[in-house]
Design a protein around this ligand. Structure first.
Ligand SMILES: O=C(O)c1cc(C(=O)O)c2c(n1)C(=O)C(=O)c1cc(C(=O)O)[nH]c1-2
Length: 246
């Protein structure tokens, strides 16, 4: 014989969504407080304390992130269901891949490498990419592959803080690392306006899509995850053993 029990407790009502202003403030707080501009490796970069080998190590490893940005954007593109949204997102892929050979952000990063004395074959070969960097980048790509558009787009909101970091970086390179030809800095100069536009667009999407408190909390968590990706990437670069580098 089966017995049935009736629940004696009633579930708490779902939390009210934050107002758009509060939601935006929470996203901006994560993008500021957990951003990798505060990472010890970036602090050393900005104060001019990196050796040429450390800076080259960063360029090689960050290239692994750069070349996967259009891959994760293609995964997001496939989840967008209107022509207007896909057009908007497609432009990000074009920013990195260019519309012709010899254009785009990936090419500009290869030129940064050359300006720092790194052969482009070394960057493209990826042999020197550190295990921790591979894992961080794979983590970000898979996050965008597996999560709904709200979370994948929210993860890109680290770019709210990127334009200020680009300016700090350009100043630091011009002041402390003059052995890198200034032609090589075009990547960073271009990202100031692209990052501002991308983050504005992504923020508008996230504010519009997140209707419930649960959605909003998922978006904030996605952004925290992305901050962790960037932080872990720099941890790996910071702690690499120079003896093991090829
Ligand atoms: O150099 C940096 O510190 C930095 C950070 C970020 C970022 O905040 O995710 C991006 C970039 N650069 C960048 O160049 C870039 O194209 C980019 C795309 C994205 C993204 O998640 O869609 N972030 C970033």
């Amino acid at each position: 014989m089966t017995t049935t029990t009736t629940a004696t407790t009633t579930a708490a009502p779902p939390a009210q969504p934050w107002s758009p202003a509060e939601f935006e403030a929470r996203l901006r707080a994560v993008a500021e407080e957990r951003y990798h501009d505060r990472h010890p490796f970036n602090l050393r970069m900005h104060s001019g304390d990196l050796s040429p080998d450390e800076l080259r190590r960063w360029i090689v490893n960050r290239f692994h992130y750069q070349r996967h940005i259009p891959v994760k954007d293609a995964l997001i593109l496939a989840k967008l269901d209107t022509p207007a949204l896909r057009r908007m997102w497609l432009r990000r892929i074009q920013d990195h891949d260019g519309e012709q050979p010899g254009e785009g952000g990936i090419e500009r990063w290869l030129r940064l490498g050359e300006a720092a004395g790194l052969d482009r074959a070394r960057l493209l070969g990826a042999e020197a990419v550190l295990p921790g960097v591979r894992l961080a980048v794979e983590g970000y790509v898979n996050f965008c592959r597996l999560r709904p558009p709200l979370e994948a787009v929210a993860a890109s909101l680290t770019e709210l803080s990127a334009p200020d970091l680009m300016r700090t970086r350009i100043d630091a390179f011009e002041r402390h690392y003059r052995w890198i030809e200034s032609e090589g800095l075009v990547y960073f100069r271009t990202r100031v306006s692209q990052g501002r536009r991308d983050s504005r667009e992504a923020l508008d999407l996230v504010l519009g899509w997140a209707r419930t408190r649960e959605d909003q909390e998922r978006a904030v968590a996605a952004l925290r995850f992305k901050c962790d990706v960037l932080w872990s990437l720099l941890d790996a670069v910071d702690r690499a053993d120079p003896e093991e580098e090829s």
